[in-house]
Design a binder for this molecule. Structure first.
Ligand code: C2E
Ligand code: CA
Ligand code: CA
Ligand code: CA
Length: 278
């Protein structure tokens, strides 16, 4: 058995080795990239009743050699290595800077910005002070900041979660439950948490017109959220037909390529102003 174990190890080793080397290299790149200003926030508009009411901030890494690397390729690694703490801090700060920049503008000043928060970042001891510092340091209005949390994050430590949410809620920060329906859902916590918004995961929106199960799930989430007094936002709306279906199901808030992909800050501002004028 011992020999077999050694053989298995020998067989597996180069692969694991190569993977680890690649990850270590990517992590080092990520660390220096953060210092070098290679990360950017893009903004995707959120539509409510036909008006742009805010944006979701989405992280982009413009690697000097590899070009844009999507968050799915570096956020898991940033989580594992702990770099997500500094990265998350940068995201909060940058989103708040944008909010503060908009605050005196008649149109842009009405917008809210939603920031995705990773589980590790949220459950870290200093999370609440970090958010308050980003707000105070930039002069952004807490009531225009929204934090997007995932189901898994909420269930990790419910007491800690509720305490932090209540505290931030006290300053006016709002909360969205992201990717709703994909995690280990427990309906029990929905009533305990000071949420504003449920986001229907795009996996249910994609086939909402062709898959009766997805349609049923989407409708159920809309009904559930609405009856709990929450705003329900559909993610990943790509076609007018999907939008109409959702609207008929009572969902009047959505994001998706139908209106716009996530855009650099300036392009997002142009879109908002153009939209407001039309
Ligand atoms: P998410 O929070 O669920 O974000 C929505 C994702 O769907 C984004 O991908 C967005 O670009 C994409 N999307 C928006 N509209 C459409 C559409 O109509 N069709 C399709 N197919 N996709 C659409 P993105 O930007 O690649 O981000 C992926 C995930 O990475 C996010 O999922 C979020 O979990 C994470 N992420 C992004 N930025 C941050 C960040 O600043 N901090 C943390 N912790 N996570 C982030
Ligand atoms: Ca999100
Ligand atoms: Ca989502
Ligand atoms: Ca997602």
């Amino acid at each position: 058995a011992k020999a077999a174990g050694r053989d298995a190890l020998r067989f597996f080793d180069p692969q694991v080795q190569a993977q680890m080397t690649a990850r270590v290299a990517l992590e080092a790149d990520m660390r220096s990239g953060l210092e070098a200003g290679e990360f950017e926030l893009f903004y995707q508009p959120k539509m409510v009743h036909g008006r742009i009411t805010g944006a979701e901030a989405l992280l982009r890494w413009k690697h000097p050699v590899k070009g844009y690397i999507p968050p799915s390729e570096f956020i898991p690694l940033a989580e594992q290595s702990g770099l997500i703490l500094r990265m998350g801090q940068w995201v909060l700060r940058t989103a708040c800077e944008r909010l503060a920049l908009w605050s005196s503008h008649p149109v842009l000043g009405q917008l809210s910005v939603a920031v995705n928060v990773s589980p590790r970042q949220f459950h870290e001891a200093g999370f609440v002070p970090e958010v308050l510092e980003a707000l105070a340091g930039t002069g952004a209005d807490a009531r225009r900041l929204r934090l997007e949390l995932t189901e898994g994050l909420l269930l990790q430590d419910v007491e800690d979660t509720v305490a932090k949410m209540v505290q931030l809620r006290g300053y006016g920060v709002g909360f969205s439950l992201d990717d709703f329906g994909t995690g280990y859902s427990s309906l029990a916590y929905l009533k305990r948490l000071p949420l504003h918004e449920l986001k229907i995961d795009q996996s249910f929106v994609r086939d909402v017109l062709t898959d009766p199960n997805d349609a049923a799930i989407a409708r159920t989430i809309v009904a559930l959220g609405t009856s709990l007094g929450l705003q329900v936002v559909a993610e990943g709306v790509e076609t007018e037909a999907q939008r109409v279906f959702l609207e008929r199901s009572g969902c009047h808030a959505w994001q998706g390529y139908l209106l716009s992909r996530p855009l650099p800050g300036l392009a997002f501002e142009d879109l908002v102003l153009e939209h407001a004028a039309s």
